[in-house]
Design a protein around this ligand. Structure first.
Ligand SMILES: [Zn+2]
Length: 96
């Protein structure tokens, strides 16, 4: 499954999942029913409504970074945001 956004000219771009941690494109394990219900508003996960569990690096990736929607439009930005805000939180949802 893919997600998409419209640019200024109305062109729809399909965004494929790319894991900002390891670069994997496997998004078979994803979910919406979010585990981050009782988070502080300051927690970056509190803004997320979707996540992908990357089977390669075993991390839970926020949808806004994996599919690069909202303000995060490039893989480089997604990677930076991941490293800055999410990487050290370890709110992982994977059953290993
Ligand atoms: Zn990964």
């Amino acid at each position: 499954m893919t997600t998409y956004f419209k640019d200024d000219k109305g062109t729809i771009h399909f965004q494929l999942f790319i894991c900002p941690e390891c670069g994997s494109k496997n998004d078979k394990i994803r979910g919406y029913e979010f585990f981050a219900k009782d988070l502080e508003p300051s927690d970056p996960w509190s803004q997320e409504f979707e996540f992908i569990n990357c089977p390669k690096c075993i991390r839970s990736i926020p949808g806004s970074l994996g599919y690069r929607y909202g303000k995060t439009k490039t893989y480089d930005k997604a990677k930076k945001k991941w490293n800055d805000k999410f990487k050290n939180l370890f709110r992982e949802y994977l059953v290993k």
